[in-house]
Design a protein around this ligand. Sequence first.
Ligand code: URA
Length: 209
Amino acid sequence: MAKVYVFDHPLIQHKLTYIREKDTGTKEFRELVDEVATLMAFEITRDMPLEEIEIQTPVSTMKSKVLAGKKIGVIPILRAGIGMVDGVLKLIPAAKVGHIGLYRDPKTLKPVEYYVKLPSDVEERDFIVVDPMLATGGSAIEAINSLKKRGAKNIKFMCLIAAPEGVEAVKEAHSDVDIYIAALDEKLNEKGYIVPGLGDAGDRLFGTK
Ligand code: URA
């Protein structure tokens, strides 16, 4: 069964407050999202495998731990997910970045893939799908479908703010995918925005609207 982790670290919560605040401008918003993505990446990588190597300190030899070299892929869901990529790469610089673009079909209201570009060795990588907002869960579910269809086996989903509806939908559709969030909000409103949320993450990141 999928696990849901809510990161209540004080630094994450502090920064999230200013991300939510409506008067926070684009530059600061972007920087804060980047910083929170780095802090979340620190937590999300706790289970990365290690191996021992022998090294020489100035004093003696010793066995010491290094990352076992598990390959990672970071997958932003376009467009707002892009705002979290650099923050994650600060801690996992060797990760490759794939992109998944989805739009909502106006008739079915279902997300439809319009762009997918992934690292070629999908089957060998562990993936972190990033999107600041987990609202209905439609995009997250479809992006994870898209990765699985191409051979991905180990996937985590990371977002800043989630609605309970979205968390339930992703858990239901992908019981093998753990969900990492900075805050679990109250609900979705009639327009599909998370309440209290932060508004439109893409617009606030890119200064559109
Ligand atoms: N996407 C956003 O950017 N904000 C929301 O509140 C919901 C979905």
